[in-house]
Design a binder for this molecule. Structure first.
Ligand code: URP
Ligand code: ZN
Ligand code: ZN
Length: 470
């Protein structure tokens, strides 16, 4: 690939020549002309005199990836996730993800606004890539209810996250869930959920601890499939009753997907996200000495669940592949060396979602190229109110573009990754397909494994109202 990046700040236009453009519903070879932050023209043999020309012959061109489930610099389980807004969004760019949606956590007893202020104090001015927030409502009451409208109308935050688990910390009960759903529906938003049965899990954790069963394996055994299947069905029922658009985050297993499938029988459309790890790795990892690396909630499942999720993508039930990136260094994971319930939950993946999904999904023939773009780029933009500005290669869309070499092979390792974590959950994985160049709003962000943008370039993206129809 020939590309010149020696222009100064006066650079305003880029011509990408001869790439194979893949969108959620198209596949063709053409040139893309970018002016400022926006795609201005797409066509064969475009004759623009651009400031910079990139030859993308032999390359695939995707819209910038959108990861709608990440936790950066997040206070959680007595520590903070180890990637901050700078390191996390930069690592995302290296892997072709140009935008992330992070989670603000309301503190129980406090307002949503004070949580937004807190998160802004860590994020504003620190992002390299673009970002937005979901608002996690952990205490729904009459005061919280009054704040929802402001978030939708003024802040451009139109998705509200709930936890049916993490009892005593983040969990809300069904009374609060129903109240929130009614209000969010009225204001034009979407309720998302961590759908596992918090009371059952709380009981099982206490039981295992009382029996002296303290290794990471018991994290897994404290959250059996039924805890997720039950909560997913309950959430779907409540969303159906209230008519509120509902989205289940990090769905992992057959039982939970069948609850969603059942809901389709009454013509309901519950939106489903899975995460890359649930497609690729399984619960046998919990028996390893370093099993804490994969302690996350919900836990990794079985091979049969991986098959269910790949099929769910192709059946159109699973709409999004995210990461739930929530990294902790090994030293932080050791907080739970004597007790699985103290291991900070989460794993690092923000950098490798796009390449792993390409390699394991497209290259191995499990999903099509168009489906790849749909679940990694386009559906997150549609579901969360950003399409066609984001998630698309089209006239007037933001010039968020990934130039991807489908044949380049590389090996994932903590020695070469850019996330602020001292191990990789995919150490030694050989991957086919590599991000070559990334543009974010018309600027070259990544080229040949170097990040060219500085922190502060990443913008907060206000989102539109949504109704669960994509
Ligand atoms: O283990 C996880 N998933 N950590 C992050 C918080 C959450 O539940 O998404
Ligand atoms: Zn969760
Ligand atoms: Zn999460």
């Amino acid at each position: 690939m020939n590309s010149q990046h020696n222009r100064s700040q006066s650079q305003t236009s880029i011509l990408i020549n001869n790439g194979r453009i893949i969108t959620a519903d198209a596949d063709y070879t053409a040139d893309i002309y970018i002016e400022g932050e926006i795609i201005k023209a797409i066509g064969k043999d475009l004759q623009y005199n651009a400031d910079e020309t990139i030859d993308a012959s032999g390359m695939l061109i995707f819209p910038g990836g959108i990861d709608p489930h990440v936790h950066l610099d997040m206070p959680f389980m007595g520590t903070y996730s180890s990637d901050n807004y700078e390191t996390g969004t930069r690592a995302a760019l290296f892997g072709g993800t140009t935008m992330v949606i992070d989670f603000i956590l309301q503190k129980q007893g406090n307002s949503l606004q004070s949580a937004l202020d807190d998160w802004n104090s860590r994020a504003t001015g620190n992002c390299v890539g673009d970002y937005s927030f979901h608002m996690a409502v952990t205490d729904f009451n009459e005061e919280t209810k009054k704040e929802i409208r402001h978030f939708v109308e003024e802040e451009g935050i139109t998705s509200f996250k709930t936890f049916m688990a993490y009892k005593g910390a983040l969990m809300i009960d069904d009374r609060q869930m129903i109240g929130l759903m009614e209000e969010v529906k009225q204001q034009g938003g979407l309720v998302t959920v961590h759908a596992t049965n918090g009371d059952m899990i709380d009981y099982l954790i206490a039981k295992h601890r009382a029996e002296g069963k303290l290794s990471p394996l018991y994290h897994y055994l404290s959250q059996p499939e039924v805890t997720e299947a039950e909560a997913s069905e309950r959430f779907a029922d409540m969303a159906n009753y209230t008519g509120c658009p509902g989205y289940i985050v990090h769905l992992t297993c057959e039982g939970a997907l069948n609850a969603v499938r059942n809901a389709t029988r009454r013509n309901q459309n519950v939106l489903v996200e899975t995460c890359i790890q649930y497609l690729l790795v399984d619960a046998s990892l919990y028996e390893r000495e370093d099993g804490a690396k994969w302690v996350m909630s919900p836990p990794l499942r079985e091979k049969k669940d991986q098959e269910t999720l790949w099929a769910g993508i192709n059946q159109g039930l699973v709409k999004v592949v995210a990461t739930d990136h929530c990294p902790f260094k090994w030293e932080q994971k050791l907080m739970g060396k004597d007790d699985f319930s103290k291991i900070p939950n989460g794993h690092p993946a923000i950098e490798h979602r796009m390449e792993l999904l390409y390699s394991e999904g497209v290259h191995k023939g499990r999903i099509s190229l168009n489906k790849y773009v749909e679940v990694a780029c386009t559906n997150p933009a549609k579901i969360f109110g950003m399409f066609p500005r984001k998630g698309s290669i089209g006239i007037d869309s933001d010039a968020d573009i990934v130039i991807f070499d489908p044949n380049a092979k590389h090996t994932i390792s903590s020695s070469s990754h850019h996330m602020n974590v001292d191990y990789s959950a995919y150490e030694g994985w050989e991957v086919t397909g590599k991000v070559k160049t990334v543009l974010l709003r018309g600027k070259v962000a990544i080229n040949e494994n170097k990040c060219i943008l500085d922190k502060g370039y990443g913008q907060f993206i206000k989102r539109n109202k949504v109704n669960g129809v994509i």
